[in-house]
Design a protein around this ligand. Structure first.
Ligand code: MG
Ligand code: MG
Length: 255
């Protein structure tokens, strides 16, 4: 069921979104060549603790997961597309990384993700990461009253395909509210003018995911969580929780 939020609820979700943004900023500032992914999870936990916020990631267990998620961030490196667990893996020069994180505060969830490279980036990886943010911006720009879900999907898909990247099938954005994952689904590829009409108070997480090659296969890693490209190509993603309002899209996880 799709639940539209009142203006008061959107204000409350903005506070949660600020915590998520602070968490991602801190992780980004900490990430460097030689850092362990586990250490990034540590600084993220500290941000949540200081804000008095909870984590919707920690102990999350969807149907496909063999074990509850062990961390407050997903850290996905190189060919990992998403759901990477922050292990003792050490970041190496040039690694592209995506960090996905959420928070809960006063009963409201927020969800956001960034991608970046550490050390000396390969130009191909910089282009991949830049395109993820470009697709995010296009998706947000389409998140306006009068459009439909398909317009967001089409905007994201167009940027990714035009740049020559693949889009993992079966994953995408979603509603956010009292819980991190709500209806409606917001696909990363679709037909314009189709799907649910966008109205004031709808709060989706918009989250393009790109894989380096045109091949769209991936597989679960041994930990049962990490999704990787099947051909070793690299991946990037970007995500924001956005309130659709009569005054235009409002990014709730902006800093
Ligand atoms: Mg997320
Ligand atoms: Mg999400």
């Amino acid at each position: 069921m799709v639940q539209r939020k009142t203006d008061t609820s959107i204000e409350a979700m903005r506070e949660t979104g600020r915590v998520v943004a602070q968490l991602l900023t801190t992780v980004r500032q900490t990430a460097a060549v030689g850092i362990l992914l586990r250490e990034l999870d540590g600084v993220a936990r500290e941000v949540l603790r200081e804000a008095g916020a909870g984590s919707p990631f920690l102990n999350y267990r969807p149907y496909f997961a063999p074990t509850p998620f062990p961390a407050v961030i997903c850290a996905s490196v190189n060919d990992a597309i998403m759901h990477g667990t922050p292990t003792d893996q050490r970041l190496r020069d040039g690694d592209p990384v995506s960090i996905d994180a959420g928070a809960t505060l006063d009963g409201w969830a927020g969800d956001s993700a960034i991608s970046f490279t550490v050390g000396r980036a390969r130009p191909a990886d910089t282009r991949l990461v830049d395109t993820a943010f470009e697709a995010l911006d296009a998706g947000i720009a389409a998140a306006v009253v009068g459009n439909r879900i398909g317009d967001i999907a089409h905007a994201i898909g167009t940027v990714c395909r035009r740049a020559g990247y693949g889009i993992p099938e079966g994953f995408g954005g979603h509603g956010v509210g009292r819980s991190m994952h709500e209806d409606p689904a917001v696909p990363n590829e679709g037909r314009p003018g189709r799907g649910m009409p966008l109205r004031h108070g709808l709060v989706p997480a918009i989250e393009p995911m790109l894989i380096g090659s045109g091949k769209e296969a991936y597989h679960a890693d041994r930990d049962g969580w990490t999704l990787r490209t099947s051909d070793g190509s690299r991946a990037a993603r970007a995500e924001r929780t956005v309130a659709i309002t009569d005054d235009g899209p409002r990014i709730l996880t902006a800093l």
